[in-house]
Design a protein around this ligand. Structure first.
Ligand code: DAH
Length: 355
């Protein structure tokens, strides 16, 4: 007894000549379906005399994998063609002239990131980046925040797997770890980026922006931290003097830790930053904890330094008089054309940041 030779050839030809994915799918079920060719042939096995069974089964299995390979190749070919066609159809002609009434604007958050980067790059910081999806180790453990540390609960973390090994970073601080693990000291970086926490109201969004700062070298002190932040606030708000206070605080990755408030007042319904008797918290900072340096294999006897973390959205709201954080993320064109910035007007320190 032999495989129905004619049919076998007929199917091989049919597969080769198939023109659509649907045709291949239907051939597949004609071969492997309940009443398909292969199913039919396999059923014959039981009634064969023993000496013939082995040979026949071998042949059948060869034919089976032959069919499967051919069908898979064809499916792959059709799927690729489909993607190519889709890409061709969805092609955008970027050579079209701009529509004068719809000029794009730079989002205030992007503008503020550019402004801050410009200020810090003038005093020797470079910009580092890291991924939004982080490991639990970089986001917490390496930052001296072990399992069951209460600070973990405060972060309302979005975990991405059952074992809580991957997450959406809750702050930009893990980029401290990435940088220090992959480079050699000294370090002098800022890290703007997206951060995520499961929280949402007028002043909290599940996705928001932070800017991390890290300066590690020999002989860095809290005095350098104060000087650096004072310089930054004055440049950012474009004011000559700023009232600023350091309030003792706690972060697992810094010791000592502080939160920084700046003075402000309300004048004619507008907020004036830098003076007045009201205080507004704008950032967290401190001297990098020796354990963090140890975790990234930086000699903590020789090197020390400071770090800080700033909420970018909040600074943007303050500087540009925006009072609801949620407006940032609504992609409302009217809002953007009012609060947005001219794309050609890149912020620089010498020409003025926001003018
Ligand atoms: N990562 C902290 C947070 O999101 C902010 C922060 C505080 C960053 C102190 C720092 C720091 O680098 O030194 O709440």
């Amino acid at each position: 007894m032999s495989i129905e030779n004619l049919k076998e050839k007929e199917f091989l030809i049919k597969i080769n000549e198939a023109k659509t994915l649907a045709e291949i799918e239907s051939l597949k079920s004609e071969i492997f379906g309940k009443n398909g060719l292969m199913t039919h042939e396999f059923k014959k096995l039981g009634s064969l005399p023993e000496e013939k069974r082995k040979d026949f089964a071998k042949k059948l299995n060869e034919l089976k994998s032959n069919f499967i390979n051919l069908i898979d190749d064809k499916i792959f070919e059709f799927e690729n063609k489909e993607i190519e066609n889709k890409l061709k159809q969805e092609k955008v002609d970027i050579t079209l002239p701009i529509r004068p009434h719809q000029r794009g604007k730079i989002h205030p958050v992007s503008q503020v990131i550019d402004e801050i980067s410009s200020i810090f790059s003038e005093i020797g910081f470079s910009v580092a980046e890291g991924p939004d999806v982080e490991t639990e180790y970089n986001n917490f453990t390496a930052l001296n925040t072990p399992d069951h540390h209460p600070a973990r609960d405060m972060h309302d973390t979005f975990y991405l797997d059952k074992n809580k090994r991957l997450l959406l970073r809750t702050h930009t601080s893990p980029v401290q770890i990435r940088t220090m693990m992959s480079q050699k000291p000294p370090f002098k970086i800022i890290v703007p980026g997206r951060t995520y926490r499961c929280d949402s109201d007028q002043t909290h969004a599940p996705m928001f922006h932070q800017l991390e700062g890290l300066h590690i070298d020999k002989n860095i002190t809290m005095g350098h931290l104060k000087g650096c932040l004072n310089h930054f606030i004055k440049e950012f708000f474009e004011i000559k003097n700023v009232k600023m206070r350091f309030r003792p605080s706690h972060f697992p990755f810094t010791e000592p830790s502080a939160e920084v408030d700046i003075g402000y007042k309300i004048e004619n319904g507008r907020i004036v930053v830098g003076e007045g008797d009201k205080w507004l918290e704008i950032l967290g900072c401190g001297m990098v904890h020796p354990n963090v340096l140890k975790n990234v294999k930086v000699n903590n006897k020789k090197y020390k330094g400071f770090a800080f973390g700033i909420g970018i959205d909040r600074l943007a709201m303050l500087k540009y008089g925006i009072n609801d954080l949620r407006a940032f993320f609504e992609t409302d064109y009217r809002w953007l054309s009012h609060f947005g910035f001219d794309p050609l007007d890149v912020p620089t320190n010498y020409r003025g940041l926001s003018k």
